[in-house]
Design a protein around this ligand. Sequence first.
Ligand SMILES: *Cc1c(COP(=O)(O)O)cnc(C)c1O
Length: 394
Amino acid sequence: MSTFNLENIVRKNIWSLKAYSSARSEFQLYGKTDGAELTLLDANENPNDPAILDMDLQIRNLNRYPDPLQSDIKEILSEQKGIATDQIFVGNGSDEAIDLLYRIFCEPGKDSVITCPPTYGMYEVSAAINDVAVVEFPLTSDFSLDVHGILKSDAFAKAKLLWICSPNNPTGNALLKADLQHDWQAENYTKGGMMDMPYAPEFEQELKENKENLDRLIGGFNGIVVVDEAYQDFTENQSFIRRLDDYPNLVVLQTMSKAHGMAGARTGFAFASPEIIALFNKTKPPYNVNELSQKAVLKALQLTDQTDQQISEIKSNREMLSTLLEDLEYVEEVYPSEANFILAKVKDASAVYNYLKDQGIIIRNRSSQIPNTLRFTVGTTQECEVLMKTLKEY
Ligand SMILES: *Cc1c(COP(=O)(O)O)cnc(C)c1O
């Protein structure tokens, strides 16, 4: 008789693992329907299909392994982001980069990392898979970083990774600004002012605080600071890519899944020093991004006008939706967003959520993270109109 016992041979952290619950796994949507009859405002995707034709992709040679270092993609990213190709890692979604950061930097069963919840769930799930401890420093009541608490903690002295999602999912606000001085100049310039416009006194204070925060949180940290910029395309703030030269321990994550409308292609990026990128390249599976995705992403990156136009439509829909939400009697608070979703506090989140679901509109209930909150992905103008009409009838 076999004495085999599965539980006995599985790593304890995997046996007790709580799986990541993706937006749509709750509906068992996959395999049964393509969701065509539902309005999907739950996963922060760009609702527009990039409309890349099969023939555009020129896919040949699927019998051959794909380029292990994705040179064509890095070439175009290098131009668009103003960064060297050896400072770019291309992954099977940014989720692969998240997992690799644990595998590269953290000893299982020994090391720890810092997260600032409520935030993206994968930092914690990946930690659990890699048997790495998580020390949480919750955001303050206005959803800002508890900088003081983090800096004075033991955890800050020891942790290997510090996760900062900015703009943050699900709160929508920026947690740190990469270069406020540049943001100020750019904003004044667009309004017709001069580049060297003097600062407003309250801005001067904000500028000083942000600089101190960066120097202490990133400059003063002995581990890696990861700034996850999945929603960077929806904010006016500068990307942390421009700070890589200042902080050798900085890693910036971006993705094709959100603004670029390519969630299905599973492709994300890490930007860092050439030394850190070399570690990613050593650790990743050799052919981590398949040929079909590489071709599609290359094409999508070239559609800059189309993407910019979609982003500006999403941003103006965001303002429209946020105004409407503020007017609804049962909505208690609408949080300002620099992303393609809006978080709102309502009187009874489950009731509103179930009502919308019954009407075929799927949003995300975030009440487990922040009581009575709902997260609405900003969809097409038409989707927003359907949502607004339905919300008014509640
Ligand atoms: C959606 C999202 C991602 C994207 O992950 P991919 O694996 O690239 O699809 C990463 N970080 C955050 C915070 C997100 O919300």
